[in-house]
Design a protein around this ligand. Structure first.
Ligand code: MN
Length: 245
């Protein structure tokens, strides 16, 4: 019997230490979405001083959602709404995303906090609190810290537009911060009706897509699943993965 084609391995950045005894959690939605896309999910716990090691193990990367990035990392002001800051995770993910960008051979999908980490890693900054910064014409989360759905408009000429095959869609939104100054080599490609940037992609990296919403929280939506499928397909694309060879 011929050996089966090995399935790609997708590393998912894990949440901070929590619980007693403490653990590193990865929400099931990411794991399930990666498995549905035909790949093997593995957790990447924060704390490794050289997260570039992980890049030798994985074929693709998901920077997952989570709490807020420490505003100090991007020159943001302190704000009473900032929550679940974890210096260990911030440092790990900022190093991980910079290492992945430098290698250029690891497709990466950055989700919610992950999109904000990508933007900060590239010198951009964040609205520390959307209601405070631009108001509440669109709810991007429900009190107290739950998700909500809103409309997003997508640039149909972008990679994201090609993946989703839609010019607008309903997204599961769960954030109170958003990218403000856009990081180097990133391009906004989706927006909420209040102008908040809901997705960016990298102009020169072969496959780096970031969404502010949570595709893993719409497991029954075939359009959202395309993001995970496209990430897994990109891991087998020689145009993408030959960069560092
Ligand atoms: Mn939103």
């Amino acid at each position: 019997m011929a050996a089966a084609t090995p399935r790609p391995i997708i590393g998912i950045s894990a949440y901070p230490r929590t619980g007693n005894p403490p653990g590193f959690a990865v929400p099931c939605g990411y794991v399930d979405a990666v498995r549905r896309a035909g790949a093997i999910p593995i957790a990447l716990p924060p704390g490794d001083p050289d997260p570039g090691h992980y890049l030798d193990l994985v074929d693709g990367l998901i920077l997952a959602g989570g709490g807020d990035i420490d505003p100090e990392t991007y020159g943001g002001a302190k704000h009473e709404t900032v929550y679940s800051v974890c210096g260990e995770r911030d440092a790990f993910e900022l190093r991980l995303v910079r290492a992945a960008l430098a290698r250029g051979d690891t497709p990466m999908l950055c989700i919610c906090r992950g999109m904000q980490v990508l933007n900060v890693a590239l010198g951009g900054d964040l609205h520390v609190d959307i209601p405070d910064a631009i108001g509440q014409t669109v709810a991007h989360r429900r009190p107290e810290r739950r998700s909500v759905q809103h409309q997003a408009k997508v640039d149909t000429l972008s990679r994201l537009g090609a993946i989703l095959g839609a010019s607008s869609l309903v997204v599961e939104s769960w954030h109170h911060q958003a990218v403000r100054a856009i990081g180097r080599d990133l391009k906004p490609v989706a927006w909420a009706e209040d102008g908040i940037v809901e997705a960016v992609e990298h102009l020169t990296h072969p496959w780096c897509v970031a969404v502010q919403w949570h595709p893993e929280l719409q497991p029954n939506c075939p359009i959202q699943q395309r993001l995970f499928s496209a990430l897994v397909v990109a891991t087998a694309d020689e145009q993408v993965t030959a960069r560092s060879a």
